[in-house]
Design a protein. Structure first.
Length: 277
C-alpha cells in the first residue's frame, strides 16, 4: 500500500472512530492528505512527458521521418528549418507541463474536497444514537477508494497528456514545414482501418480526400482551384482534437494535384511540361 493510500486510510479510520469534532481537526487532516498526495503523485511526470516529446522530435526531425509526409522535400530543407522546429518542441513541452500541473492540482483538490465532504458528515460518538452503526464503520475500504480515486488517476491523466501532445507536436511540425515550403494541398489520412482504433466518423470520411491550401502559389498563378472538399483551413486540423491520430501528406507540385482541381491554365501547363519532357 502506498504512503498516500495509508494516509487516507488513517484519516478515514480516525473520523469513523471519533466523528467530526472540530474544523481544526478537519483542516489538520486535509493538510496531511494534501501533502501525501503531492509527494505520491510528483513522480516526475513532466520529465517523462518531456522525454517522450524529445524522442518524437528526434525521430521526426533529426532522423527525417517527417519527410515521409512531405514527398519531394530534402533532408537539407529539414536541417535548414531545425531552429524553427525546435521552437515548436519547446512550446509543446511547456504546454504539456502546464496541463499536467493543472490536472494534478485539480485532482488533489478534488480528493481533499471528497474527504472533507465525507468527514463532516460523520457524527461524534456522544450524539444521540451513539455515532455510526457498526456496519457503517466497517466501510473503510469503500470510503478510502472513493476519496482517493481522483488522485490515483493522475498518472493516467499524465499519459493522456503525453499521447495527445505527442500527436499535436507531429501535426505542428508538419504544418511549419508545409507553410515554409509553399505546399499546394494536403491529403488526409485516417487510421479508421486499424483494429480497435476509436476513430471519429467525420475523420473517416476525410480519408484520402485532398484539401487545397488557401492562397498557395499555384492558386495565385491560376493553376489550381478549390475542389468540392474545400480548403484545409475550413476543417479541424490533424491532432487538433483530443487523441486525433490522423495526419496529412502535403502536395508540393502540380503533378500530385487531382485533375479536377487543375484549372484550364493548369492543365495546359501540365501538358506543356509533358511535351517538354
Amino acid at each position: 500500500m502506498s504512503k498516500f493510500s495509508r494516509t487516507v486510510r488513517e484519516a478515514v479510520k480516525f473520523f469513523l472512530r471519533n466523528g467530526y469534532t472540530s474544523r481544526e481537526e478537519l483542516e489538520r487532516w486535509q493538510g496531511i492528505i494534501r501533502q501525501a498526495a503531492e509527494s505520491e503523485t510528483h513522480d516526475d511526470y513532466i520529465s517523462r512527458v518531456s522525454d517522450k516529446l524529445r524522442s518524437t522530435y528526434e525521430m521526426q526531425v533529426n532522423r527525417a521521418k517527417a519527410l515521409d509526409r512531405h514527398p519531394g522535400l530534402s533532408r537539407f530543407t529539414l536541417n535548414y528549418m531545425e531552429p524553427k522546429l525546435r521552437s515548436e518542441l519547446d512550446r509543446r513541452i511547456l504546454a504539456s507541463a502546464d496541463l499536467i500541473k493543472l490536472n494534478r492540482t485539480g485532482a488533489i483538490n478534488k480528493t481533499v474536497q471528497r474527504f472533507s465532504g465525507w468527514a463532516t458528515s460523520i457524527p461524534v460518538q456522544d450524539y444521540v444514537g451513539g455515532g455510526l452503526s457498526p456496519s457503517s464503520k466497517s466501510g473503510v475500504n469503500y470510503n478510502c477508494d472513493h476519496i482517493q480515486k481522483s488522485a490515483l488517476q493522475i498518472d493516467f491523466e499524465a499519459r493522456r497528456v503525453m499521447i495527445d501532445q505527442n500527436h499535436k507536436l507531429i501535426a505542428n511540425i508538419d504544418n511549419i514545414i508545409a507553410a515554409s515550403n509553399n505546399a499546394i494541398a494536403a491529403e488526409w489520412h485516417s487510421h479508421w482501418r486499424q483494429a480497435g482504433y476509436d476513430y471519429r466518423e467525420d475523420h473517416k470520411e476525410r480519408d484520402k480526400v485532398v484539401y487545397l491550401i488557401r492562397g498557395n502559389w499555384a492558386q495565385k498563378n491560376g493553376y489550381v482551384k478549390v475542389g468540392p472538399s474545400g480548403y484545409l483551413d475550413e476543417i479541424t486540423q490533424p491532432g487538433e482534437e483530443v487523441f486525433c491520430r490522423c495526419y496529412v501528406t502535403y502536395l508540393y507540385n502540380l503533378r500530385s494535384i487531382p485533375e479536377h482541381m487543375l484549372t484550364q491554365k493548369g492543365q495546359k501547363f501540365m501538358e506543356s511540361m509533358k511535351k517538354a519532357a
